[in-house]
Write a protein of this length. Structure first.
Length: 286
């Protein structure tokens, strides 16, 4: 089972993290998205540790109580700061300038795409769940059919001043309904709510949207071996954006479609995600 550890990267930033495997083994850093937490990676962290890797899945900036700068100052939650966190967590875990494997889902995927663009030489492999390459996403978002724009309409609602209260109302009904609709098991939902189901954490999580920290400018071609996993029942990412991601990867690329799986694949199909991830990492050792 994964251990719960704390990783400090500065006097103001201490992250909770699920960790497995021996220190010094090849690092796999796993970044979660909204509306989940480090717990979405429990199965993958366990599988990676069992296979000889050092797996670290932090609850990211704002989600960890010890790494929660004032969410009213949106500059604390810009994408560059979130990318810096990922690199600093790797360094604080003993990996300095070493290459490592990076995994990201949803917002964690946005960070992973940005890091791969900015520091491709640091990565041995890249695995993304759900989140398309930003160029593919933006291209789909502006298509005349409005299909991807409709799927992403909840982003605007998260900018409203009362968004945290709305999402947390009635014992987190919005969160529960969203996760249940995507096949997330009840036990996993309770773990995520234990992290995210309070006003302070939710305001910080929504600050990511309010800071508009997602990668919106065009990225260069990704030069890291990439595995992209997309569930064809994902209610926020359509097929055009998912399939279009291959246009923006200039390295070995694998696109895996999970039939009937929704947005939260690591929780909904943990065994299949772990199988694909382990095979990809083994094919591209550091």
């Amino acid at each position: 089972m994964p251990a719960l550890e704390q990783i400090t990267i500065s006097p103001q930033l201490t992250f909770d993290a699920l960790v497995a495997g021996e220190p010094g083994a090849p690092l796999v850093l796993l970044l979660h998205g909204f509306a989940e937490s480090m717990h979405c990676w429990r199965a993958q962290v366990t599988a990676l540790g069992d296979m000889g890797y050092r797996a670290i899945a932090p609850s990211q900036r704002g989600y960890s109580p010890g790494a929660r700068p004032n969410p009213r100052e949106f500059s604390h939650y810009l994408i560059d700061r979130l990318i810096d966190d990922a690199l600093a967590i790797a360094a604080a875990s003993g990996y300095g300038e070493a290459r490592f494997h990076l995994v990201g889902h949803d917002w964690g995927g946005s960070i992973a795409w940005g890091l791969a663009d900015r520091c491709h030489e640091r990565l041995a492999s890249l695995t993304i769940l759900s989140r398309p390459h930003p160029n593919a996403f933006n291209r789909a978002l502006h298509m005349s059919d409005g299909e991807q724009a409709s799927r992403s309409r909840h982003h605007k609602a998260f900018l409203e001043p009362d968004a945290a209260d709305v999402v947390l109302a009635d014992d987190g009904k919005w969160l529960r309904d969203r996760l249940i609709a995507n096949g997330v098991p009840t036990e996993a939902i309770e773990r995520h709510l234990a992290v995210l189901g309070n006003k302070d954490a939710m305001e910080a999580a929504l600050a990511w949207y309010r800071a508009r920290g997602a990668v919106r400018g065009p990225l260069g071609p990704i030069r890291v071996p990439t595995l992209y996993i997309w569930g064809d029942a994902d209610d926020t990412v359509g097929r055009v954006a998912a399939e279009g991601t291959r246009d923006f990867v200039a390295a070995p690329y694998q696109f895996e479609v999970l039939p009937g799986v929704g947005h939260f694949a690591a929780d909904q199909a943990p065994d299949r995600v772990s199988e694909l991830l382990l095979a990809h990492i083994a094919a591209h050792p550091d």
